[in-house]
Design a protein around this ligand. Structure first.
Ligand code: TXA
Ligand code: MG
Length: 337
């Protein structure tokens, strides 16, 4: 791993160049509507191994496979429930990952030895072009170093991956900002494994939704989890993050009386004027917060924050995804006032 990493545009020429790299078994940073992905040919074991190396990702955490069209589902997975097709019709292409029984052509390295694989059809035009032009299904985890906040700009990817991969395609900021909603199917029900932009409420129009308890609860050491990613304390910035739950005035009083060297507040935009200690705000609505969260966590690292007090977000809609990621950034540390 000692590449002179190229920053590519989404011009036809650069996409063709990136697609060729992917077809040749190389790893490329690519934009999607959720977060940037670290992509490689999902069926090429060596290429997939390079993703794990570049990220420093534990071998037991499976990758999501990205395809261009619902028609390709049957090429990679089997026993697809009717419900999956109904959801695909409504939400795909889009930020939804469905875990389904994998066909043998998906190697064990990609699925981390599981007999299922998560499949997603991204709507980002550059991601779609790269899948179509490379002619490959693309395995792609988020393009951060394992344990860091997910990247939502090409610069975030460059910061983490410079020298580790040959190229990053710059498709601008990711509009959603948090990773896809991950679901599996259980006796006609939907199990929510990771919340995302597509909410439990939206899914519940199609079937009963079981929210896995590990969305909001830490897994105890050795405890069985339904999605390997749930085991890790993810998205951890270098600073110690603490979530402060309570009314706005309680939050403001708390941060204003806990200032100090390296201490920052992470309030909503509308709280800024009342905050008397240094702060970086992260939006007001759940959609704004999703789009800003990871970038703000990275900013705290850049300025060398030691302690960050984040105002607890609402869990409505995509807010549950924001809360779930923030909980992991905080190592599940919440102070309830
Ligand atoms: O939005 C996204 O999903 C982004 C973009 C690049 O598409 N990708 C992404 O991948 O977030 P990653 O690898 O960072 O997260 C995938 C999550 C992990 O928590 C993993 O454990 C879970 O999905 N997962 C993948 N395959 C699974 C499977 N077969 N069964 C259960 N969980 C699975
Ligand atoms: Mg990730």
């Amino acid at each position: 791993m000692n590449y002179n990493t190229k920053l590519l545009s989404t011009s036809e020429r650069d996409i063709a160049y990136a697609a060729k790299l992917l077809a040749d078994g190389e790893v490329v940073g690519i934009p999607t509507e959720t977060v940037y992905g670290l992509a490689a040919d999902a069926e090429n074991e060596d290429a997939v191994k390079r993703i794990f190396e570049a990220k420093g990702r534990p071998q037991d955490n499976p990758l999501i496979v990205h395809i261009a069209d619902v028609a390709q589902l049957e090429d990679y997975v089997h026993d697809i429930p009717k419900l999956a097709y109904k959801l695909a019709e409504k939400f795909c292409p889009g930020p939804l990952t469905m875990v389904l029984p994998k066909k043998d052509r998906i190697p064990d390295v990609t699925s981390a030895g599981l007999d299922t694989v998560g499949i997603r059809i991204p709507y980002h035009p550059a991601a779609r072009k790269l899948i179509l032009e490379s002619g490959k299904a693309l395995a792609a985890p988020s393009a951060n170093l394992s344990g860091s906040p997910s990247p939502t700009t090409a610069m975030h990817v460059m910061n983490d991956m410079h020298g580790r991969i040959p190229a990053v395609v710059d498709g601008g900021s990711c509009p959603v900002g948090v990773e896809s909603t991950v679901i599996s199917f259980e006796d006609g029900k939907i199990r929510l494994l990771r919340p995302g932009f597509i909410s439990a409420d939206e899914l519940s129009e199609f079937a009963e939704v079981i929210c896995d308890k590990h969305i909001t609860e830490a897994a105890i050491d050795g405890e069985q989890v339904r999605s390997p990613g749930m085991k890790y304390k993810h998205y951890s910035p270098k600073a110690n993050v603490t979530i402060i739950s309570g009314s706005v005035s309680q939050y403001i009083d708390y941060v204003n009386s806990h200032g100090g060297s390296g201490v920052y507040a992470m309030p909503f935009d509308s709280d800024k004027d009342n905050c008397k200690i240094p702060c970086i705000t992260y939006g007001d609505t759940p959609e704004e917060q999703a789009a800003k969260l990871f970038g703000v966590l990275r900013e705290f690292d850049d300025i060398g924050a030691k302690q960050v007090y984040a105002r607890c977000p609402s869990t409505d809609g995509v807010g549950l995804a924001v809360y779930n990621r923030l909980l992991r950034a905080a190592g599940f540390e919440i102070i309830s006032l």
